[in-house]
Design a protein around this ligand. Structure first.
Ligand SMILES: Cc1cc2nc3c(=O)[nH]c(=O)nc-3n(C[C@H](O)[C@H](O)[C@H](O)COP(=O)(O)O)c2cc1C
Length: 222
């Protein structure tokens, strides 16, 4: 028998309008300054900031509240090195022969290539896994719904938390990235979703000169 749903009172703080707007403007200004960083300092960062960001990510809404994610926080230099070697091997093959010209053309403005020193240099690498399905204690499978959407929202919260804590990140998807499951010993129901080096930018770090679409470019008012 399935238990009936239980309800509790909502904890909700109604803000005065000026406070609402002040908070939303502050958040916007903070997030506008986020950039993907590919050149990291080796300086360490507070572990608690990483764990708070993971805890923040885990507040994300998820399909049927299945919370289909795991966040592997890697700081061991040997493990980071193994990840870098495997990522560079895949990326070298992708850049040299697997990516179609159209893809390489789209990436040109970023100035990226197969080299991934950020995986070694950043003091932490957070590897996010999506759980394609759940596993009960007896080994049977639980179907998961809207896995990619749920994990994408969680990663957005993770990136926002890290950025607003004054840390730099890269959203990195070495392609293909099946090697991450093996190196990190994750179970068969988990698939690598994204790899996120976290740390401080290296001295003199530069980023591509990119323009974001304006509000008017992206909003549709009906
Ligand atoms: C799903 C996803 C995958 C990405 N994969 C890579 C990647 O593998 N390597 C990389 O250098 N940047 C990667 N990026 C970062 C984008 O290139 C970057 O977000 C974009 O150029 C905009 O720059 P900004 O993040 O500084 O605003 C990825 C971003 C997303 C959202």
């Amino acid at each position: 028998m399935v238990a009936p749903p239980r309800f509790v009172p909502l904890a909700f703080e109604r803000l005065p309008e000026d406070e609402q707007l002040a908070r939303s403007r502050d958040f916007l200004a903070g997030m506008r300054a986020r950039r993907s960083v590919r050149d990291f300092s080796r300086e360490s960062v507070p572990t608690e900031a990483i764990e708070n960001a993971v805890a923040t990510a885990a507040t994300a809404p998820s399909g049927a509240h299945q919370q289909p994610w795991s966040f592997v926080v890697v700081s061991d230099p040997d493990v980071k090195r193994r990840i870098r070697i495997a990522a560079e091997e895949e990326e070298r093959r992708s850049y040299e022969s697997r990516m179609p010209d159209e893809w390489l053309e789209a990436l040109r403005q970023l100035g990226t290539d197969w080299r991934k020193p950020h995986i070694d240099d950043a003091p932490f690498v957070v590897v996010v896994f999506e759980q394609a399905y759940g596993l009960r204690a007896d080994g049977t499978k639980v179907k998961h719904y809207y896995v990619r959407e749920s994990v994408g929202i969680a990663v957005g919260l993770l990136l926002a938390s890290l950025h607003l804590a004054g840390l730099a990140t890269l959203t990195h998807t070495p392609s293909p990235m099946g090697f991450l499951r093996e190196i990190l010993g994750r179970p068969e129901n988990e698939r690598p979703y994204v790899l996120i080096p976290v740390g401080y930018p290296a001295e003199g770090c530069v980023v591509p000169d990119l323009e974001r679409k304006s509000l008017e470019d992206v909003v549709v008012r009906v």
